[in-house]
Design a protein around this ligand. Structure first.
Ligand code: SF4
Ligand code: SF4
Length: 404
């Protein structure tokens, strides 16, 4: 078992420059900025049209791995995502902020247990509905988007979450986030930048939609408010860090102890009184400072080779938090050129292996502090290495979930 209890921190594992930090608008995301540059229209995913054009063109040319059957597999995998919530369109489709089917009597009758018991119940249900990792944290208003494509998100004294003509309104009392991840298939991710990697990404989105919708409806059935959210409403990565799911790596996404960066993140926001989990530190930042594999394998040069910084690398970054900034537009431009999404950085990350990567036989005496040595040290420190002598078989976690 991963000794998570040995990794917990009392403080948040990141630094914020309060003077420079402002809530982030969805309109600054590369999907939105590239959409506008390409079409002159306001839209979040218009930027993917060019990616689809390349997909069709490669398919027509009969490029290996880009045939009709490859793309059809991707379309099928993505269908539930599009039906349930379209990557995260707030208060729409099945991501409605109001109950879908729960009888009014249940909505009005709050199940009255202690936070400890309610947290257990919620985690059990989330696992049942398909989550692989779950953590609970306070909803830090800093992480709530300042606005969606056209309307602001506001946090107010009110009893129900709702959308008005001009705003998305989150009640102040909805101050808890249940943050979850679903693991993607590591063999398929490693096929990036081929369509196969897109398929496991799409399955991840579909699975996250199902789980978010189901968990929100469960919470409403227990008498509390719930907002199911995929990529929308709030930044998933800092919420996941706060909830103890993992740490932010050089590649700009969350790295979990169990599945490395090979996960998709989502959340349910609620007013149910719940017990918080603690953030964790399992050496990711220390490790990333000596490892450049993601940056080296990025075809668009979007990932930094430098030290973490408060400075943004482009207009898509939010200043005010120390991290490795990503040039997101460059990343998305590669997707357009590739004709499919890309996961090269995730595939390259040694943490995806569940700490299986080859050990150097000299590690114990070696003084070079090479990346491999750091990796081996971290594995030993956190209990992944159950061997009598160096070079033996390490304990391995195999994230192998392929389907829904
Ligand atoms: S998804 Fe691909 S292009 Fe984007 S940052 Fe990762 S490796 Fe680079
Ligand atoms: S590939 Fe290396 S540098 Fe990049 S996120 Fe993974 S551990 Fe960090």
């Amino acid at each position: 078992m991963i000794p998570r209890h040995e990794m917990t921190l009392t403080d948040k594992p990141y630094k914020i420059d309060e003077k420079n930090y402002e809530r982030y608008p969805v309109t600054n995301q590369a999907f939105a900025t590239v959409s506008y540059k390409d079409t002159g229209d306001i839209g979040l995913y218009l930027s993917l049209n060019k990616m689809m054009d390349t997909m069709i063109s490669k398919m027509q040319k009969g490029v290996e791995g880009r045939k009709q059957e490859n793309n059809a597999l991707d379309m099928g995998a993505n269908s539930l995502n599009l039906i349930l919530g379209n990557y995260g369109k707030p208060n729409s489709q099945l991501l409605k902020w109001q109950p879908l089917f729960t009888p009014e009597m249940m909505q009005k009758n709050k199940v009255n247990y202690k936070p400890e018991k309610l947290s257990e119940m919620v985690k059990e249900a989330a696992f049942l509905y398909g989550a692989d990792l779950i953590g609970i944290t306070d909803l830090n208003p800093k992480w709530v988007f300042s606005q969606d494509m056209v309307k602001p998100y506001v946090i107010k004294e009110t009893d129900k979450p709702r959308e008005t003509e001009g705003e998305f309104v989150i009640p102040k009392s909805m101050n808890k986030a249940i943050v979850m991840s679903v693991a993607m298939n590591d063999e398929m991710t490693k096929a990036s930048p081929s369509v196969k990697a897109s398929v496991t990404t799409a399955i991840g989105y579909s699975r996250m939609g199902i789980t978010a919708v189901a968990l929100a409806e469960y919470i409403r059935g227990l008498g509390y408010n719930a907002i199911p959210a995929m990529n929308d409403t709030a930044l998933s990565i800092p919420l996941a860090v706060d909830a103890g799911l993992g740490q932010l790596g050089r590649l700009g996404i969350l790295i979990t102890p169990e599945y490395g960066p090979n996960v998709r993140l989502f959340k349910v926001i609620t007013d149910m009184p719940l017990e918080n989990d603690k953030p964790i530190d399992f050496g990711v930042v220390e490790f990333c400072k000596n490892c450049y594999l993601c940056a080296e394998s990025c075809p668009s040069g979007a990932i930094s080779f430098e030290e973490p910084t408060f400075e943004p690398a482009c207009d898509n970054n939010n200043p005010g938090v120390e991290k490795w900034p990503i040039k997101s537009e460059e990343c998305l431009r590669f997707w357009q050129e590739n004709g499919a999404s890309c996961s090269n950085c995730i595939a390259a990350c040694p943490f995806i292996e569940g700490y299986k990567s080859t050990m150097c036989i000299e590690c114990e005496d070696c003084r070079t502090r090479c990346v491999l040595q750091t990796n081996t040290f971290m594995r030993k420190k956190y209990g992944y290495l159950d061997v009598k002598q160096w070079g033996g078989e390490s304990k391995v976690l195999y994230p192998r979930r392929k389907g829904l």
